[in-house]
Design a protein around this ligand. Sequence first.
Ligand code: SF4
Ligand code: SF4
Length: 262
Amino acid sequence: MEILIAILVLGSLGLLFGIGLAIASKKLAVQVNPKLEEVSHLLPGANCGACGNPGCFGFAESLLAGKTTLESCRVCNEEVKEKIAKILGLALEKQTKKIATLHCNGGIRVKDKYLYNGVDDCIAANLVLGGQKSCVYACLGFGTCVKACPFGAITMSAEKLPVVDKVKCRSCNKCVLVCPKKLFSLVSVTYAVYVACSSHDLGRDVKSVCPVGCIACKLCEKTCRFDAIHVIDNLAVIDYHKCTSCKECVPVCPTKTIRIRE
Ligand code: SF4
Ligand code: SF4
């Protein structure tokens, strides 16, 4: 008899709690905007944070709240952006793709100033006297950018320099942020040339440690018919607003520092 009463009490309590939970789940349910689900489903799920939001879902929330623009996502392609724009009724600005571009061509050609035996990591190596390279601006070659790229777009060459696959690169900016030497920048695919050096040292000092660095000779500056390249603080700098990609500066550079994007 006592067992029966216990079963009845527990059963009634279970039924009561069950009904309570069912009502609560209906009453307290958080209404999810179906557009939010649709948009977050279309996003790549890379969660790279390049848009300034904590992941793709955060970006979708900001987008619906009007706090960000679709153009801020550097990872999704134009097709996906067009689909999202359609769902949200947004106008989409056409953007040219940008590719991570390395502004150093030194690699194993740059003399070492000491033998580094530490962790295989550019940030760690940079903590020891700015790294093992005699040029303080040079790529350290441990491939920290390779590990940071969420899309497998960077590999290391035989010269110990990062090589960016322009098809795989999604302009997420991770390599730009992680490189302790700040050697990457995002350059539009429409620009054919770039300066593969970041050294601000005097020409004679560059020459003594690296055969491919800018020696600030200004030959490119004198050659350019469009006033698009200038030596500023011992380094050639291209003004992409003026550059016509005529490539005339490329052959005149004695150190082959101005390179054509492959
Ligand atoms: S001089 Fe320029 S190309 Fe040479 S190692 Fe330094 S940054 Fe790189
Ligand atoms: S021609 Fe080459 S080495 Fe001379 S200033 Fe221009 S980039 Fe530098």
